[in-house]
Structures are given as C-alpha cells and as structure tokens.
Design a protein around this ligand. Structure first.
Ligand code: SF4
Ligand code: SF4
Length: 395
C-alpha cells in the first residue's frame, strides 16, 4: 500500500439518494422521488477494495436514508465489523414510529455490528418525521450496547426544535454538547463500558436544496469578511477533503459528504463500476484543485481568485462555513472555469506544501497530520501540533 498525502481515514457510504423525507435544508438533495441505491454486489466490491487499499478507521453509512437498504445494510455492517473497523449510521429514525418496531430494528443494528447511532432531528425533519419516533429510537438505543448515540440538530434563528429544547425534553445528565458557543468542537471522550451520548448542535447551512428552499430569515447571519478570514487562517486546509471521502449512491468515489458532489466536475473522481478504488483515490490525491481545497481551504482559494481574477468569478452571497464557500467554488461554472484557467499559479505552493507534509509527517510514519499553516505570501509551515478544535466546523 503506497503513501498518499490525501489518504481517506474514514469513508461515508451514501447508500441511497432515496429518503422517506425531503427536508428543505438537505445538503444531499435526497427525497422519496430519488432512487439511486448501491446494490450488495457494489458494496461488497467497494468495501473489499477499501479494506485492501486504504487504512480506514471508520465506515459511516448515510444517505438518503440507509435503513431503506434493509438486509443489504446489515450485511455491509457485518462485513465492516469483521475487518475490525468502527461503524456509524446516520438516520432520520422513520423506522421508530412505534416502540416495538424501534426495538426490533435497533436489535438488528446492534447484532449487525453498529457502533454509533446518529439520529438527525430538527425543524426541517419534523415536517416528515415525528419527534416521538426520534424519542423512541433515542431512548431505546440508550438501553443497548452502542458505543455512542448522537442526536444531530441543525438550528437557525427561527427554529422551534433547538438544542436547548432537545436537552430539556430528551436530556439525560450524561448528554454532552458537540460544539461550544464559539462553534469550536468539544472533545468528548467515551468512558469504558458506558454509551457516549452527544447532542450535535450545529447552525444550519445553506447548501444544495437549502440554497433555494430556505428563507434568508431561517439562516444564521453570514460571517463578516474578517470573521471568514479568521476561520480560514485558523482552520487552514479543509481537513475533510479526501481524508473523509465518500461513495455516492451511484457508486462514484467523491471527495466528501459536505454536500451532494456526485457528478461535480471537480469533486467526483469517477465510477467504481469501471475503475478500481485505488486508481480513483490516486487521481483524487493528485488532483490540483482538490489539493488547493485540502491544503489552502476554500476561503483562501476564494480570496486568491478575488485577487488574481476578480472579474472572472462570482461569490454572490454571504457565507457561514467552509462548505458554503466550497459549494459556490465548485458548483458555479464561472468559478470552475476561473479555477481551471488560473490553477497553474497554485502549482508551486501546492507542491511545496505536499513535500512539507511528506518530510514532516509521512516519511516518519505519521499518517494523520494537522492542516498546514499557509501564510499570506503562500509559504507553508507545519500546522499546530493538534488539529485546531474548530477544524470540526462541518458538524
Ligand atoms: S436531511 Fe436527511 S432525512 Fe432529510 S431529506 Fe436529507 S437525507 Fe433525508
Ligand atoms: S469544504 Fe466542505 S464541501 Fe468542500 S471539500 Fe471540505 S468538506 Fe467537502
């Protein structure tokens, strides 16, 4: 297995684009009308290659709604577990409308080898999934042997189902918050023999379907230019690009699950039906624009384009997060064209940064490294000794 600078450490299997819900903020554009779903044959082939070609620690099953896969999901969980990797599933809990059914499904998940159950619930989900179903799934999951149970809540200024309300209504003394008031990640450690219970409290973002279906008043205020630049400096490169790669519901190898990037000319590297996984991971590792996002971060790339070619690009709105900037960077054709026209100007800094990562970390056998610090004159230096807490901004 050769060493890559951008090497997946965890992978999200976007099992299906179909969902029982069609939340207005869905960054994956999932809905009951969509139907792309990975087959067992595809999953078995992709996972077998991942076990051989990657050094993964965690496999996440998400979607759409992964529970729609039924036995295929359980077979895939068993396969991952038998290779000693941790497993997580992200679900909307539609299957928990009665306590009896919730109990049955949770037992099946537990027996298949699920470690972490992650249940999403907020105002947008409540249009489709009752809070009682979430409560059933959550309360019964706490009686089982999952290593972690996470309630994921996105909130905005008009939200009724807020983290405070969830804590009030669902709260156990042990429920930890994932983010502090400044949006920095709180390190929560699992205690031996106890289920870690976390409330993931992240501000809602405007991505994919959310860009057209959410009202401006539902969104948190956009960051000022200086706040955005401060985050760009603090976080550095996107720590999720390739390091937290995804397999799309059509079986494509894609950069991440920040939003639906399947078929995006930059962040979709091709079909695993026709190419081996190792080939597509190498392609991603060597892709210049992906490296710009992974090493400089989308905010710095936006700023550099604004300096180099202000008349050729469009960043038409205020931004709250890395992924929102990235969405406009790679989704708007005008910006992609500008990236392709001017990417030669980034070659030197990217090669220097990659060499620095090799010398400082990879050649010494250290495979996980923090984002680099890239200064205004674009020279690179090793980053902080620990990943900055806010690097987990994506929620
Ligand atoms: S946010 Fe989750 S539950 Fe809602 S439509 Fe998207 S995938 Fe389905
Ligand atoms: S900024 Fe977001 S969308 Fe872009 S590569 Fe990183 S995780 Fe993916």
């Amino acid at each position: 297995m050769h060493t890559r600078v951008l090497e997946p450490r965890q992978i999200t299997i976007l099992t299906t684009s179909k969902c029982t819900a069609a939340c207005r903020h869905c960054c994956m554009n999932s809905s009951p009308e969509r139907s792309d779903t990975l087959t067992w044959e595809q999953l078995e082939k992709i996972l077998s290659q991942a076990f051989t070609d990657l050094r993964l620690k965690l496999v996440i099953f998400a979607g759409g709604e992964p529970m729609l896969l039924g036995n295929t999901l359980y077979k895939a969980l068993r396969m991952v577990k038998s290779h000693g990797l941790a497993t997580r599933m992200v679900t909307n809990a539609y299957w928990a409308s009665s306590r009896e059914h919730a109990q049955l499904k949770l037992r099946e998940l537990e027996q298949a080898g699920l470690d972490e159950l992650n249940i999403s619930s907020d105002d947008y989900h409540l249009d489709f999934i009752k809070l009682d179903a979430v409560r059933n799934a959550y309360e019964l999951a706490l009686t089982m042997n999952f290593s972690a149970v996470v309630l994921a809540n996105c909130f905005g200024p008009e939200s009724h189902l807020t983290p405070e309300r969830i804590r009030r209504e669902f709260g156990t003394a042990d429920m930890k918050l994932r983010f502090d008031d400044d949006g920095a990640t709180i390190e929560n450690h699992k205690q031996k023999g106890k289920t870690l219970v976390v409330l993931s409290n992240s501000p809602v973002q405007s991505l994919a379907r959310g860009c057209t279906e959410m009202k401006p008043s539902e969104l948190p205020a956009a960051l000022t230019d200086s706040e955005l630049d401060r985050i760009g400096d603090l976080v550095g490169g996107c720590p999720w690009a390739i390091r937290s790669a995804a397999i799309s519901a059509k079986g494509h190898f894609v950069a991440c699950c920040g939003f639906e990037v399947e078929d995006n000319p930059i962040l979709d590297y091709g079909s695993l039906d026709t190419h081996p996984l190792a080939e597509l991971v190498d392609k991603a590792d060597n892709d210049l624009v992906t490296n710009m996002i992974a090493i400089l971060g989308p905010i710095k790339v936006m700023r550099l384009l604004q300096r180099i070619c202000p008349d050729e690009i469009s960043f038409p709105r205020g931004y709250r997060s890395y992924c929102e900037v990235c969405f406009d960077l790679v989704s708007l054709k005008q910006n992609r064209d500008a990236l392709y026209r001017h990417m030669d100007e980034f070659v030197e800094v990217i090669l220097a940064a990659r060499n620095l990562v090799k010398q400082t970390y990879l050649d010494k056998g250290v495979r996980e490294y923090p984002p680099l610090r890239i200064t205004a004159d674009l020279s690179a230096s090793p980053g902080p000794s620990k990943t900055t807490p806010i690097a987990d901004w994506r929620g």
